[in-house]
Structure formats: structure tokens, C-alpha cells
Design a protein around this ligand. Structure first.
Ligand SMILES: [Zn+2]
Length: 56
């Protein structure tokens, strides 16, 4: 029996742009990794937007 969902061991992609993270260049924030601060802001604002939508 195959399992489709694998446990997340390491975050390898940026949560802002979804590109693979490079070892030398990454931005760590709130337990997650992003490639730059820009990507972090993008991910945060997207999350906030989703939360605002959920309130309506
Ligand atoms: Zn990114």
C-alpha cells in the first residue's frame, strides 16, 4: 500500500515563491525558511489575506 502523504522532514522550498532554497542564501523567520525577506513578506501577506477572507 502506497502512502501519498510523506512526513515533512526538511523544508526545501521557499514558502513565498515556492522555489528550492539554496543553502547559502536563505531567510529564516517564525520557524520557516524563505529565500529572502521579500518572499517572507509575500507569504505573510498572502496568509493575512486568506485570514481576512475567512472572517467575512
Ligand atoms: Zn522565495
Amino acid at each position: 500500500m502506497e502512502t501519498e502523504t510523506k512526513p515533512v522532514e526538511k523544508q526545501t522550498n521557499c514558502l513565498g515563491c515556492n522555489k528550492p532554497l539554496k543553502k547559502l542564501k536563505k531567510y529564516y523567520r517564525d520557524g520557516k525558511y524563505y529565500c529572502t525577506k521579500k518572499c517572507w513578506l509575500k507569504a505573510v501577506s498572502a496568509k493575512k489575506g486568506a485570514e481576512e477572507e475567512a472572517k467575512k
